[in-house]
Design a protein around this ligand. Structure first.
Ligand SMILES: [Zn+2]
Length: 196
């Protein structure tokens, strides 16, 4: 083999290797980005399922009948309506379509009606043994489904309305909040799902 032939073979091999590398890279890029997208989605779903599967031993009863799962936790998230980062002021609970929404504890109704983004909603005032006042709040209920009025006394498990998707909502669910005396909001999850 002459030197010239070796050089030509070398050049051909070089072009083949680089060319193969380039085409492999071209195929590889979309594949990688798709995989990471899928992984992200799976993570989100599994987190939600994980929450829904927790056996609830909480102090409060689950405020929706036929509870299926938690679709959004309390705290930081990307707002599904405005598509911006925001803080979720409650927990989103999904029951079977048309399920009753129930008050989690004895109390007194402090709001029953429409509030812009919350749709048809109800706020209930409760009193702890030491006298401390706090509130529970239930939002997005069906139109004409509210069964309570302001000032009315209610008991644990009493039906207050029907699960719906009124106000800023992307599907049937109950947005549930716990508000302290000063109306600041805390994570309801431990009260619904954990022994505390
Ligand atoms: Zn919500």
């Amino acid at each position: 083999m002459t030197l010239k032939t070796r050089i030509i073979i070398g050049i051909v091999l070089f072009i083949l290797i680089v060319g193969a590398g380039y085409s492999a890279k071209k195929v590889h890029i979309p594949k990688t980005s798709k995989t990471s997208f899928e992984t992200e989605n799976q993570t989100t779903i599994s987190q939600d399922e994980e929450m829904g599967e927790i056996v609830y031993k909480g102090k409060f009863m689950i405020p929706v009948e036929n509870f299926i799962k938690v679709t959004s936790k309390f705290g930081g998230r990307v707002d599904p309506i405005k598509n911006i980062k925001s803080s979720h002021s409650g927990i989103d609970l999904v029951g079977k379509i048309g399920s009753n929404v129930m008050c989690v504890l004895d109390g007194e109704i402090t709001w029953a009606g429409w509030q812009n983004s919350y749709g048809n909603c109800v706020e209930v005032k409760h009193r702890k043994e030491d006298g401390t006042v706090f509130y529970t709040f239930y939002a997005h209920m069906r139109n004409d489904s509210l069964r309570v009025t302001k000032g009315q006394k209610v008991v644990k498990g009493q039906i207050i309305g029907t699960q719906g998707t009124t106000g800023d909502s992307t599907g049937d669910h109950v947005h549930f909040e716990i508000r302290k005396t000063d109306k600041s909001k805390i994570d309801p999850a431990p009260y619904l799902f954990e022994e505390i």
